[in-house]
Design a protein around this ligand. Sequence first.
Ligand code: GLU
Length: 280
Amino acid sequence: MASGGPPVYRGRIAPSPTGHLHLGHARTFWIAHGRAESHGGVLVLRNEDLDADRVRREFVEAFFEDLRWFGIRWQEGPDCGGPHGPYSQSERRAVHQEAFERLRAAGQVYPCVCSRKDIQAAVRAPHAADDEPLYPGTCRCRPVDAVPAGRPVSWRFRVPDGEVLTWNDGGQGSQARIAGRDFGDFVVVRPDGVPSYQLACVVDDHAMGITEVVRGADLLVSTARQILLYRALGWAPPAFFHCPLLTDAQGVRLSKRHAALSLRTLRDTGAHPSELRAAW
Ligand code: GLU
């Protein structure tokens, strides 16, 4: 980079190896790929494999193969290395832990003993239709030393109720979400010590020098949560670009359940990536 020049564009794609990639992933990743290319920048592939219960090794191998078949190329990742590794989140637990300790020392998080399904689910990115319910704040005011012994504890980020989080989204225009109304105190570490998607994503995007996050519009509310985490950790957030979602013929967002639209099946039935892209 020339001194004083604009920072080099660094984008990322972040597949979770919990199923096969489908056409919706391909479109978002294709946009991320195109934006990195048109900015003369770098695309990072990060393997989001924190959810040990759902991650399968075969899905990691499959996403590499499917992404390459589709024509997506990256310059840093678990397969090719790079200066910001490791590129698999399961190998980055120490970096996540360090950020958590800072949040804890600053009083930004509190222990929560509520046993809720969403605590278990926290490690997954909450896509719009399954975003977590507003946390009612049951454990918010309990002093840390009053947590009942022996109870499994998760840690929640205390959101500033009523604050309007705004950003200018590259894909969706001007955005505003209200803390405490559009989303509540959210989990940053699960009772088993696994960092949540929100925490791991922010820590890794920051550590990997990502300048623009490109992802699906179902993660817009998560972006508001993440902007709060950036601020609490004293980091400048990257730019955000949320892509429109692909839906099936019934208008339902594509998910890993749409097996017929998985990249594998499309390839096996003779589809060509260029023809699939032409339909967009
Ligand atoms: N691994 C996440 C997912 O499957 C990525 C979310 C993101 O791009 O921040 O949705």
